[in-house]
Design a protein. Structure first.
Length: 311
């Protein structure tokens, strides 16, 4: 049994590894607001992300739509499907309104809306092995079951399709990508999990400050087990994929990543950090000897790589 579990651990480590020269595709879609105040907010958030992502480094590909139609969204995702390689990361961020009639979730666009099932079908055609969809709309929790998949994590602003009031999650998720305080482990980058936790905390604080009953409770699903959760649980794989998915690099880490001489070293460092995190998650499934051997080797190699980066 231990041998089989150890093999699963090894597979998990390989699953989160990223090739040193991988690129990343960012697609941000702002739907229609229905009212001027929402149109302005959705457009501004999308443009903010567009500027941030375009300045984030080399090998980035940024597509941004505001007031989007289904045809425009389909065209952009088809373009990504044609260009992206399996080793490239893919990020789709939806900013706008959503609806759920109890049967299916739809994201509101100019003209015909798009269902979660249709959106999943478009993303299935993108060859990237690591994908992230962030749906910040109301009722977005109703999209998770259709959107989730192998190698694809989903973040939703609401716990299900019944939370139908306009959300504030989007503004704090975008804010997280600008705030060094979101970098909880101080590694110079903000992961999808760090951005999620930052936005979740600030969203809760918003309702507390407004003395209002919270009408949105963000969730994520990144294990493929069809169970969305609000936070990682000890001894489980929940949050592991999101913690290894780098959304943005900050300051010195960004400069290193853009330096061809050091980029490979930074990629190696991040790969070793992911390996260490994975080993910690699966410690209970391994023999003490195997765990000690593997994590000691990874820690020694991480120290060596860090020394090279510091030169």
């Amino acid at each position: 049994m231990k041998t089989r579990l150890a093999a699963l651990v090894a597979g998990a480590i390989l699953a989160v590894a990223i090739p040193a020269r991988a690129g990343i595709y960012y697609v941000t879609v702002a739907g229609i607001g229905g009212e001027p105040v929402y149109d302005q907010e959705f457009t501004q958030l999308a443009r903010d992300l567009d500027k941030l992502f375009k300045s984030s480094g080399v090998d980035v590909h940024v597509f941004t739509l505001t007031g989007a139609t289904r045809a425009e969204m389909t065209e952009v995702l088809a373009k990504v499907a044609a260009q992206a390689k399996p080793g490239d990361d893919f990020v789709l961020i939806l900013i706008g309104h959503g609806t759920d009639d109890g049967y299916q979730y739809k994201f509101n666009l100019a003209g015909p809306d798009i269902s979660a099932g249709e959106l999943a079908g478009l993303c299935d055609k993108i060859p990237s092995r690591r994908q992230l969809i962030v749906d910040t709309s109301e009722a977005s929790g109703g999209s998770v079951a259709a959107l989730e998949g192998r190698g694809r994590a989903v973040i939703a602003a609401t716990k299900d399709g019944r939370e139908k009031n306009a959300t504030v999650f989007a503004r704090y998720f975008v804010q997280a990508l600008h705030d060094p305080g979101a970098d909880l482990n101080k590694d110079g980058s903000i992961s999808a999990l760090e951005a999620f936790e930052y936005a979740r905390r600030h969203t809760a604080d918003f309702y507390t400050a407004q003395k209002r009953l919270a009408t949105e409770h963000a969730v994520f699903e990144d294990t493929g087990d069809h169970q969305a959760v609000r936070a990682p649980s000890a001894g489980t794989r929940e949050g592991l994929f999101l913690s290894t998915f780098t959304l943005i690099r900050l300051g010195g880490a960004r400069e290193i990543y853009n330096d061809p001489a050091k980029r490979a070293l930074l990629a190696k460092k991040e790969e070793l950090e992911r390996e260490i995190d994975t080993l910690k998650y699966h410690k209970a499934a391994m023999s003490q000897e195997d765990y000690t051997r593997r994590i000691s080797k990874a820690l020694i190699e991480l120290a060596r790589v860090q020394e090279e980066l510091d030169k």
